[in-house]
Design a protein around this ligand. Structure first.
Ligand code: AMP
Ligand code: MG
Length: 337
């Protein structure tokens, strides 16, 4: 199959493909999504095939008008409504009890559905033109870093999907924040561009799922199936180092060798004696989020085989950066006091 790169003015072509049950790579403000008609179970099943995604990992349904929530969920609770009013359109996904129109392929057999209203104008226009909610996971091969440019999508999925709409580089750069309001006290399942602090400012104290910061024990009950898989991994072996800039750079330099590199912050650059990629300043979490996935892909282009990543601080959007980096490192962390 030939994979066409479409421009934003070709949205009608993308919308027709979605209506016909085909898959389209689409830009959002978080990462690129691989979209299909969320109400067509057969089309949605093809997303899993194209990505090699485990069938038990449910998808997020993207909408472009709030009214759509009412037919997709059986309970749009007061808390969910407050969150939607404050953060939509934007990078927040809300898990709610699903209605009967949601195919099993979307919810992976769960009785809930994850819904988001993206703010990217191309995503919004595509959903409206297709006249149906669009189910879309990140448009990468399962396990690899999520795509933040049309070119990343092309590299992973060329020949497997008919089209990708090029909407430029994604602004946020990490996947959406996921919160469930389906089981009593709302719980953060995945950190993202909307922070824990911002959410608590709107609906009060929430819980943070154990899987956000920690590796889940073998066989543990998982609320968000996506959290149990190894993720965002470049080919290089990534090791996360929790340390001051000074201790970090000394440690990396002492391990200098063929194929050894660093994923660091601006403050570390001067002292490093190995090839590196910087994510930005250590306190600039927004830039770190924006740069992370492209940086992880670039490590492979540099031919690195062992990468020491300087651990980000898990506050604000930094919590989302931490959550992704620790997964790309397979939870391998070294702390230097
Ligand atoms: P992706 O779109 O590839 O970033 O993955 C979507 C994320 O949302 C995964 O971590 C899923 O496990 C999670 N998710 C989607 N639907 C649900 C749901 N109904 N309940 C809990 N988590 C969900
Ligand atoms: Mg993904």
């Amino acid at each position: 199959m030939d994979t066409k790169i479409l421009q934003p003015q070709d949205i009608e072509i993308g919308a027709r493909l979605i209506k016909n049950g085909e898959l389209v790579g689409m830009p959002t403000e978080t990462v690129y999504g691989l979209g299909a008609d969320a109400l067509n179970g057969t089309a949605v099943a093809n997303i899993f095939k194209a990505k090699g995604r485990p069938m038990d990992n449910p998808l997020i349904v993207h909408i472009a008008k709030i009214e759509d929530v009412y037919r997709l969920t059986s309970d749009f609770s007061d808390k969910a409504r407050l969150l939607a009013e404050h953060f939509w359109p934007g990078p927040l996904t809300i898990v709610m009890p699903k209605s009967e129109v949601i195919p099993n392929e979307v919810s992976a057999g769960l009785d809930t559905v994850a819904i988001r209203y993206p703010s990217h104008p191309v995503a919004e226009a595509l959903i409206l033109a297709a006249d149906t909610p669009i189910a879309a996971p990140s448009a990468n091969l399962s396990g690899s870093p999520s795509p933040t440019t049309a070119n990343h999508v092309f590299k992973d999925l060329k020949g497997k999907i008919p089209a990708i709409i090029d909407g430029g580089q994604c602004e946020v750069g990490l996947e959406s924040t996921v919160i469930t309001v389906a089981e009593g006290v709302p719980r953060l399942l995945r950190p993202g561009g909307v922070t824990l602090e911002e959410i608590e400012g709107v609906i009060g104290k929430i819980q943070v799922d154990n899987g956000v910061m920690n590796k889940l024990a073998e066989g543990a009950r998982v609320s968000s199936p996506g959290m149990k898989y190894k993720h965002y991994a470049p080919k290089a072996h990534v090791m996360l180092i929790k340390a001051s800039s000074c201790k970090y750079t000394d440690y990396v330099n002492s391990n200098k060798g063929n194929g050894v590199g660093a994923l660091c912050f601006d403050e570390d650059i001067k002292a490093l004696n190995v090839p590196y990629i910087t994510l930005g300043r250590a306190d600039d979490y927004i830039s770190q989020a924006h740069n992370l996935f492209d940086a992880l892909r670039s490590l492979d282009k540099m031919g690195l085989t062992a990468v020491y990543a300087h651990c980000p601080k898990p506050t604000g959007v930094g919590l989302a950066v931490y959550n992704r980096v620790i997964r790309s490192a397979g939870f391998e962390v070294t702390t230097l006091e």
